[in-house]
Structure formats: structure tokens, C-alpha cells
Ligand binder design. Structure first.
Ligand SMILES: *Cc1c(COP(=O)(O)O)cnc(C)c1O
Length: 438
């Protein structure tokens, strides 16, 4: 792209194109990405200078095999030779049925029915709707959800209503968002002992809150073990045990939102595999298509599916236009093949070791409050909000693409990232923080 074309593109972008959470008054200055291959993005910075950078973000948890992956490209091309899309009402097709069967094989025990949605937020909408319909069909008017503070479940209204009240800006939407039940954020740390006083106090508060509201609670919704966009917060699986038990005691369902944590991002295939009990409803997305196309899934047990279906509505009341999109399903199937062929759990363990070692010097920086690693996720938490343009530019200058938020500089690299590129990521993040924040 020549300098004039680049300038024209940037001008239209700045004047007319929304970006995530962007302002029309102070639109920011995005990098232009021209192409991507392997784990590298080819960028133009705001001055027009080209950079080949290692992607430390997997395009927000998605591109687990990197870019222009031959097997995934081929899956899309093959499917294009048949059909790109058809409606899912009254029709079905092999890519969707194959995907459903394979997801059920991989999912925790008990999952029997799959709803193929077009984005993660929609899968959470559908999960919440299914929980409401399940109770309504049985004559119970349970209309609230219980969750913990600090979570993130998407940006449409129902997922936003169970997202952290501060991070999710509930005050902005007061009167529009339903008011759900928020337990405190679980104390930090995967390995916190069960008798730890903070954890015991959390349990007591949560148990009381649950029993006070039990008659209204349709379901508990959680990101197991790792809260993602709500703050990259890691907590002990004991929290899942406690909430599963309380839900059973009080007749509420359990929804696991594994849109970010699924497909081995935290180590095991599902973050919820760390406990013996299984959810009633599971949401998947993000890495489901290896980052190629937008697709998500809501899985549920036979009990939930049949409970929903006996109600007066006669079925689950949702049906997006692009439900079960064949291109997306075909590439999701190819993605599952790759994950199985590559011994992903071993790859993630390698990344975890490398990130832990590589990020440890960051803990010595004056600006750094905490450094933590879980699976293929490495997090550096600062003592102040990150200067996002500053840290981004400093990392790009060192050959790495990173997108910090709030007080967090973090990486969740593609699973195929080689050791030297992981070192490049951890060195660049540490140096960028040191440069900008000290
Ligand atoms: C990203 C995310 C969502 C929302 O998915 P979209 O595809 O962006 O709608 C929901 N829950 C969790 C845990 C997520 O990380």
C-alpha cells in the first residue's frame, strides 16, 4: 500500500469507523494490518513504517494456530465449493452435524444438545434464555442469575447484566439491565488452600447470599478458574465446587462460560475439568474456528433440553439468521482436527513454562504489582492504568503486537508460537513496561 492510499484509509477509519469501545471524538490511531502469516502480523504504524510483529494476543484468544494455516484455508476453500451459507430452519448439513457430534465428544460428561450461535455473546444469551425457559416450563418464576464480581460474559444486554457491575458499567444502563445477584470476586490464586481464611470468608458470604435469593435464581454463570476480560483474574477450582454444590442444593442450573478458557487455553481442555462435577450448560466460542470465522456454541444436558422443550413455547426460542453457518462449521471441524493432531496440552504446558520464566523479571519493575501465568496466558499487572498507546508502540518497536487494557499488559499467544518467539514476546513486554512505566 502506498503512502497516499494508507493516509486515505486512515482518514476514513478515523472519521467513520467504530472500533471496540471507541470514541468518535478521540478515535485513537490504529495500526493498519496488511496481512498475517504464521504467528506474525504485517503492520503499518501511524507513521506508515512497516513492522513484522509476533502476535502476542491470538487476536483475542482465537487464532490458536496462527494465520493462513494451510489446513484451515483448505477447509474454507473446500466448503466454498459446496455452499457458503444456507438457512438452518428446516435444513441441516454435514459441517454442522459433524461439529455438533464432535463437540459433544469433547465436552464434559452429560452434554447432549448443541445450539450453534453466531457469536459468544449470543451463545450466552441463549444459555440464559434456556435456563429461564427450563424453570418457566416447570412452573417456577426464577428470573435472576447469580455470578461473581469481576466476570465478563459479552457485550449484548443479557451477558452485560452478569458482567462485573463496575467494568460492565451497570450504572450507565441502570433501569435497562436486570439486576442479578453478585457474590464477591473469589480471592486470587489457583492453589489457595481450602481452609484459607479469605476463601472461607468468601464461601460464607456467598452461601448466605445464595440462600437469601435462592427462590429467584435460575442459574449460576461463571468463567471457570480464569476471569478474562474482567481482569485476567485466576481463582481456585474450590470456588466451582462450592457454587456447584449451592446450585444443586437450591435447584439452580450451572452455566460455564468457557468462551475464552476452552480448547486448552488454561491447560486442560476445559478450565472446568479441574473439578469433578460438570455444568448443565456450556458456552464455547473464540478459538472454536481457530480464529477464522465467527461461531459459538451453547451445549446443554438432556435434562435441560427436554425441560425447556416441554414448556408452552414448545422449544428453545432462538434462531439467528447465520445459525450453523457452513463455512464456520467446516473451519471449526478442521480446527478440532489440528488441536487433536498437535498434542495441544503438551504445547500449552511448554508455553506456560516459557511465559512464567520469561515474565519473571517483570516482577522486579517498580511499576509492576503482580505477574501471573496460567496455561498459555501470561499477565503483568501494573500499579496504575497502562499507557496503552505508549506500551503498544514500545512493544511494536521490539517486534511484538500486544493490546493492554486497564492496568494489565498480558499475552495469550497462538499455541504454535516457537520458544524464540515466546522469548521475544516476554522480553518485549517487560522492556515496553520498563520504558513507559519504569
Ligand atoms: C469474549 C467473551 C464473550 C463474548 O464473545 P463475543 O464473541 O465477543 O460475543 C463471552 N464470554 C467470555 C468469557 C468471553 O471471553
Amino acid at each position: 500500500m502506498d503512502a497516499d492510499a494508507l493516509a486515505a484509509l486512515r482518514a476514513v477509519d478515523r472519521d467513520h469507523v467504530w472500533h471496540p469501545y471507541s470514541s468518535a471524538l478521540t478515535p485513537g490511531d490504529p495500526y493498519v494490518v496488511e496481512s498475517a502469516e504464521g504467528v506474525r502480523l504485517r503492520l503499518r504504524d501511524p507513521d506508515g513504517t512497516p513492522h513484522d510483529v509476533v502476535d502476542a494476543m491470538s487476536s483475542w484468544w482465537c487464532a490458536v494456530h496462527g494465520y493462513r494455516v494451510p489446513e484451515l484455508d483448505a477447509a474454507v476453500r473446500d466448503q466454498l465449493g459446496r455452499m457458503a451459507h444456507v438457512m438452518f430452519g428446516g435444513l441441516t448439513h454435514e459441517p454442522a452435524v459433524d461439529l455438533a457430534r464432535r463437540l459433544l465428544d469433547l465436552a464434559p460428561d452429560g452434554m447432549e444438545h448443541v445450539f450453534l450461535a453466531d457469536s459468544g455473546s449470543v451463545s450466552v444469551e441463549v444459555a440464559m434464555k434456556a435456563a429461564l425457559q427450563f424453570h418457566l416450563a416447570a412452573g417456577r418464576r426464577r428470573t435472576r442469575f447469580l455470578t461473581v464480581r469481576g466476570g465478563y460474559h459479552g457485550d449484548t444486554f443479557s451477558p452485560m447484566s452478569v458482567t462485573d457491575p463496575v467494568g460492565g458499567m451497570h450504572s450507565l444502563f441502570r433501569g435497562v439491565l436486570p439486576e442479578h445477584v453478585f457474590a464477591p470476586r473469589p480471592p486470587a490464586g489457583l492453589d489457595r488452600p481450602d481452609d484459607d481464611p479469605e476463601l472461607v470468608a468468601w464461601e460464607r458470604t456467598t452461601r448466605d447470599l445464595f440462600s437469601q435469593n435462592a427462590a429467584d435464581i435460575a442459574a449460576v454463570i461463571l468463567e471457570p478458574v480464569l476471569q478474562g476480560a474482567g481482569g485476567m483474574h485466576v481463582y481456585t477450582p474450590r470456588v466451582l465446587d462450592v457454587l456447584h454444590r449451592l446450585a444443586r442444593e437450591h435447584g439452580a442450573l450451572v452455566i460455564h462460560d468457557e468462551i475464552a478458557t476452552g480448547f486448552h487455553r488454561t491447560g486442560p481442555r476445559w478450565a472446568g475439568d479441574r473439578v469433578a462435577t460438570t455444568p448443565d450448560i456450556l458456552c464455547l466460542g473464540k478459538a472454536l474456528t481457530g480464529g477464522y470465522l465467527t461461531l459459538a456454541a451453547m451445549l446443554c444436558t438432556r435434562e435441560v433440553a427436554e425441560g425447556v422443550s416441554v414448556g408452552e413455547a414448545g422449544g428453545l426460542m432462538h434462531g439467528p439468521t447465520f445459525m450453523g453457518n457452513p463455512l464456520a462449521c467446516a473451519v471449526a471441524n478442521a480446527n478440532l482436527d489440528l488441536l487433536a493432531a498437535r498434542d495441544t496440552e503438551v504445547e500449552v504446558a511448554r508455553i506456560e513454562r516459557r511465559l512464567r520464566e520469561g515474565l519473571s523479571p517483570a516482577a522486579d519493575l517498580a511499576s509492576v504489582a503482580d505477574v501471573r501465568t496460567l496455561g498459555a496466558v501470561g499477565v503483568v499487572q501494573l500499579r496504575e492504568p497502562v499507557d496503552v498507546p505508549g506500551v503498544t508502540a514500545a512493544a511494536v518497536a521490539r517486534g511484538v503486537w500486544v493490546r493492554p487494557f486497564r492496568d494489565l499488559v498480558y499475552t495469550m499467544p497462538p499455541f504454535v508460537t516457537a520458544d524464540d518467539d515466546l522469548d521475544r514476546i516476554t522480553d518485549a513486554l517487560t522492556a515496553a513496561i520498563a520504558d513507559v512505566h519504569g
